[in-house]
Structures are given as C-alpha cells and as structure tokens.
Design a protein around this ligand. Structure first.
Ligand code: FAD
Length: 412
C-alpha cells in the first residue's frame, strides 16, 4: 500500500486527496498545508466574498466531515505546517513543526503566493495583497471604511478587485506599468473593452506608469502613491493600496533536489517530475508539458487545478494516457462574464463576432489560419465550439467567421 504525501492543502492538493479516496486508494494520505482553513476554492475571494454574496464556509472544496474522518485509511492525515525540506534520496519530508514524514509518492500542489513588490513603503499599514481567505476578509473589512483604493497591477485580480470595490462605492485608481489591462490573459481588443467598462463605472485606469514609492498620505488619506510616467511624477492620496502583480512560487523546500525549475515545478504530460519519478505536481505550481502546444505551460486557473488534480490521482492509480489541458479561465467584472480559451499570446489575428463595445461578443484568435483560442464576453455558450476548433482551420472564410449570425457550431 503506497503512502502519499501532498504538499499544499489548497484547491489542487485538496482535490488530489479527495479523488484518491473516491477512486479507492486505501493507503495513508498526508496533506500538508500552511493555511488554517480546510482546502477551498479561491475565485470568489476577489468577487463574491468581497461583495458579501458568499461566506468563507461556502468556499470549502467539500463538507468539513470529509476532513474530520481522521487519519485512518478512509481519512486524510492533515498537517497544519509548512514543508521545509525534502530529502529526496530517502523520500522524507521535514515540516516546520518538527514532524517528519516518509512517503512513496509526493504531490507538489503549493500554488503561489502573491508576489511581493520591492517598493519603498510597501510595508506600511493599509498596503495589502490578495491570495487567501484571510487576505480577502481583511480587504473586505478595510473596504468598509475606505473611500479610495489604488490598485498596483491591472491583471485579472487587480481588475476584479477594482470592479468589486467600485461596486461597493469606493473610488478606485488602477496603476499599470504595461500599456493595457489584463495583457497576459486577453488580446488587445478585449483589454480595450474591459478598460472602457471600468471607466464607464468611474474607475480611473492609468497605463504606462511606474510606481516609485508609497508613503504616508496627506489631506486625511492614509497613503500616498508616487507614480511616474514619461518623466513626470504624480501623487495619488488614498486610504488603501492593493498590490496585485502576480504570484510567485516559493519552492525553497525543494532546494538541492533538482525538482524545482526557474518558475514552478516542471513535469511531463503525466504530471511527473523528470528529476524524480515518484514526484508529481498539480495546479498553479506545475509547469506541465502540454502535447497540444508541444511545450511546458504553467496555468494559474481554477479548471487546471481541478482537472490536473484528478489526473494526478489517476496517474498514481495507473492511468496511462497523458494529461492535456485546454487552457480556460473566466472572470466576472461589473456583472459581465468573460471567458478565455487557449493562450492569448499565441494568436496574431483577432476576429470579433458581435459588438465588442457592448457585448455579448466572441473574439476568435487565429495564427496562420488556425484557431489558437478566443474570448467570450457574456457568450459562454460558445466555449465548447471554440475548444473544438482549437488548432484547426474553421471550415468557412474569415468574413463568415466574423458574422455573429453564423453559429460557431457549424464551423467545427
Ligand atoms: P492554491 O489554491 O493557492 O493552494 C496552494 C496551497 O499550498 C496554499 O494554501 C498555500 O498556502 C500552500 N503552501 C504553499 N507552500 C507550502 C509549503 N511549503 N508547505 C505547506 N503548504 C504550502 N481562476 C479562474 O480560473 N477564474 C477565476 O475567476 C479566478 N479567480 C481568482 C481569484 C483570486 C483572488 C485568486 C487568488 C485566484 C483566482 N483564480 C481564478 C485562480 C485559482 O484560484 C487558482 O488557479 C487555484 O487556486 C490554484 O490552485 P492550487 O492548489 O494550485 O493553489
């Protein structure tokens, strides 16, 4: 009977444990996590939880009773600790509470922490990050009394919080170093649509700005953000600053094992580390060889955590076909639902079906006549057709592809 250790008790880690039990694995499972909560899903942290439309308990992956079954072979042995060191040659894990665990298979599902920004003043009270339930509850509380919020970084989380805070009546300024919002997730035409949506709701968005420092504010505001653009500096006084500049994976516990890569844990299409055949990775931390793209891809999305966790449980129990994830994510902002299929940076042509100014619309991304992905604005029903078209040439001329009256379904 094999002993499984899972490092990271978040979305992917929790799901691996659940699937292993559901699929009949009856060996011991140790789940190591440094958060006090039972494994939970994060998407609501920047949306429904801030808006008071859901509660922390609703975010749990599975009812608490699953985790309280104890550590027998039906249950899961939970360790509230941080993995500190892996001794690969002995398959032994040292935790920061002094516990040592031996295992046969190891799953790394440590996700990422909000990237810290080396910025003068970033440690002042009122400067916050968002990754965990605790972060979200603290931000929610702070927003109750704040009148103004500056958000550094116009990625998905920055823009979601901008929408939520604005809906709560807070005046929001987004400061982005790049030239458009959500540049890593959507093509330029959709960035424009999202920026316009925010501006229509009163959110100020400034792109091409460098945040230089944060200091104590003036005029009754707690904080002052010093930013510069093309040599001109300006100061914005606000009550609260959110730094949302992506995530970073802390894999120091793997030092010396050859398992960690430059960013994340590289694994093959079977989610297995080339450095250690007993070691798997799942979720945000996994840089997985994707046969669809012919290269390693690291996805920071809910569906990847969900699907890859299941795949890892299956691989441990003998699955032989590779894991191939078609990238998919969604975001909700100001009542609009935006979904992205594929990797947005792989296309060179964007065909807008519908009215991208007002939505609903589907933007199809192509390269050399083949579909590389797309974005749906309030048009989620196109998802399965876009997924089916991925990597293929649509069976119609481009003019017809642009005509929203021609269903995508017929082009597959
Ligand atoms: P996590 O869920 O982060 O779990 C990793 C866990 O490991 C954490 O609890 C961490 O503390 C713990 N850990 C790390 N290192 C150690 C260690 N050494 N020892 C012990 N424990 C450790 N995706 C979408 O597709 N759509 C969305 O709308 C969306 N919204 C999001 C909103 C927010 C605010 C956030 C933060 C994420 C959102 N995501 C969204 C992304 C999605 O939540 C993640 O992709 C998903 O949580 C990844 O799961 P994971 O298990 O890899 O990482």
């Amino acid at each position: 009977v094999s002993r499984v250790a899972i490092v990271g008790a978040g979305h992917a880690g929790g799901r691996v444990a659940q699937h292993l039990r559901a699929m009949g694995h009856d060996g011991p499972i140790a789940l190591i996590g440094d958060e006090a909560h039972v494994p939970y899903e994060r998407p609501a942290l920047s949306k429904e939880l801030l808006l008071g439309r859901t509660s922390p308990d609703d975010l749990a992956l599975t009812p608490h009773t699953f985790w309280t079954r104890g550590s027998g072979n039906a249950g899961v042995e939970r360790h509230h600790a941080r993995a500190q060191r892996l001794i690969a040659a002995e398959r032994r894990l040292l935790l920061d509470n002094g516990v040592e665990l031996e295992f046969d298979q190891l799953i790394i599902a440590t996700g990422g922490a909000a990237r810290r920004f080396a910025l003068e003043g970033a440690e002042l009270p009122g400067v916050v990050y968002l990754r965990t339930i605790d972060d979200s509850l603290a931000l929610k509380e702070a927003l109750r009394s704040a009148q103004s919020l500056a958000i550094i970084g116009a990625g998905v989380i920055g823009m979601e919080v901008a929408a939520s805070a604005s809906e709560l009546g807070v005046s929001v300024t987004v400061l982005e170093a790049g030239d458009r919002v959500m540049a890593r997730s959507v093509p330029p035409v959709v960035s424009e649509w999202i920026a316009a949506l925010h501006r229509a709701h009163g959110v100020a968005i400034e792109t091409g700005v460098r945040v230089e420092a944060i200091s104590r504010g003036t005029g009754g505001r707690a904080l002052s953000v010093l930013a510069s653009r093309e040599g001109c500096t300006s100061e914005i006084n606000v009550d609260l600053v959110l730094i949302a500049v992506g995530i970073e994976c802390d894999l120091t516990f793997l030092d010396g094992t050859g398992i960690a890569g430059a960013a994340g844990v590289p694994v093959d299409a079977y989610c297995r580390s080339p450095a250690a055949p007993w070691c798997y990775a799942a979720g945000d931390v996994a840089s997985t060889f994707n046969t669809h793209y012919g290269r390693n891809v690291r996805l920071e999305t809910w569906r990847n955590a969900e699907n890859q966790a299941r795949a890892v449980a299956e691989f441990i129990l003998g699955r032989t076909d590779p894991y191939v994830e078609i990238p998919w994510m969604w975001t909700d902002q100001f009542g609009h639902n935006i979904q992205v299929v594929g990797l947005p940076d792989t296309g060179d042509t964007a065909i807008v079906r519908g009215n991208a100014d007002l939505g609903p619309a589907t933007v199809v991304l192509l390269r050399d006549g083949r579909v590389t992905g797309g974005v749906m604005i309030d048009q989620g029903r196109d998802r399965r057709y876009l997924e089916a078209l991925l990597g293929r040439a649509p069976k119609v001329p481009l003019e017809q592809l642009a005509d929203p009256a021609m269903p995508l379904k017929g082009m597959v």
